[in-house]
Design a protein around this ligand. Structure first.
Ligand SMILES: N[C@H](CCC[C@H](N)C(=O)O)C(=O)O
Length: 301
């Protein structure tokens, strides 16, 4: 078995993704490899999407998702679009069914190159998100940060989109908050036994929401697809918007949008947006040692 495999550096609205081709191998991308790749400015990333051989009939691949701290994620919307683009370019297929630890995901690439991912059903039960305390209604939970009588952020909507999310509603520019400071405190708050992705959301119309996210296990990222889905669902669930919204991802560079529909007929959340290939190379999935295709750097390594 070769020591190295192909990988591609891609992004979804600036969310930094490494797509690693582990097909035909029994091993996994190790947490140590993830940490090493993230420590190098050329390969630093938010998520690794490792494509493995399918484990279940009717699926195209099993996808393992790692955060940049080496921890596992159950869902990654932006990364899933990157996987679709990579596999569509390789195979010419347009529709895919993936298996992840969180379940089955269907995705399709459209004529215009955008990609829709069916992210499945949102989960609102407090113990499945999971939260540490019982809440009958998780659309507004008791949690605040800042001075007790004048909190900076409070009463988030909590839910799982396969992975845990807390959405804090704000009424001014999401970029004006010190999320680098509050993000880690909230991600690791005792309310979230499996930690949580933390999103600031400003509703700008009945069909649009602006978001910015601190990701569990990855920190401040330019964009987060599952958080965009969670903001859209939570906005509709609390009567702030309808079930079809445009999410303006304020931190994306340049600022960009995702279309999200929380489908009435089957409760599924459909996320549509772009993916972008940047460059390819080879990587050792156990150590993270890598080289880039077609460059001197590759020859040197
Ligand atoms: N960037 C991803 C989410 C990563 C989730 C991860 N930070 C976690 O739940 O641990 C997305 O586009 O959905």
């Amino acid at each position: 078995m070769s020591a190295t495999v192909e990988f591609a550096r891609m992004n979804g609205l600036g969310n930094k993704i490494l797509v690693v081709d582990m097909r035909g191998r029994p091993d996994k991308v190790t947490p140590a490899a993830a940490v090493a790749l993230n420590a190098d400015p050329h390969t630093e990333f938010d998520q690794i999407m490792a494509i493995h051989d399918p484990k279940a009939e009717g699926t195209d691949a099993f996808i393992d998702i790692l955060n940049s701290d080496g921890s596992k994620a159950q869902a990654c919307g932006n990364g899933t679009r990157c996987v679709v683009q990579a596999l569509a370019a390789e195979t010419g297929k347009k529709a895919f069914t993936f298996q992840t630890v969180a379940g089955i995901l269907n995705a399709v690439e459209h004529e215009d190159g955008t990609i829709s991912v069916d992210m499945g059903r949102p989960v609102f039960d407090w113990d499945k998100i999971p939260l540490a305390e019982e809440f009958h209604d998780t659309s507004r939970i008791e949690l605040q940060i800042g001075p007790i009588d004048n909190p900076v952020l409070h009463s988030p909507s909590a839910m799982s989109m396969g992975n845990p999310h807390a959405i804090f509603w704000v009424d001014r520019d999401v970029m004006s908050y010190d999320l680098a400071r509050f993000g880690p405190l909230l991600e690791n708050h005792p309310m979230f036994p499996e930690r949580a992705n933390i999103t600031l959301a400003q509703v700008t119309s009945p069909t649009s929401v602006t978001t910015r996210t601190w990701e569990r296990g990855a920190g401040l990222t330019l964009a987060c697809g599952s958080a965009a889905c969670s903001a859209a669902v939570s906005a509709a669930r609390t009567g702030r918007t309808g079930r079809k919204v445009t999410i303006n991802v304020a931190s994306a560079k340049p600022p960009a949008t995702l279309s999200i529909e929380w489908r009435e007929r089957d409760d599924h959340v459909i996320m549509t947006g772009p993916a972008e290939w940047e460059w390819s190379g080879r990587v050792d999935p156990s150590t993270g040692l890598w080289s880039r295709d077609g460059t001197r750097e590759a020859e040197a390594q």
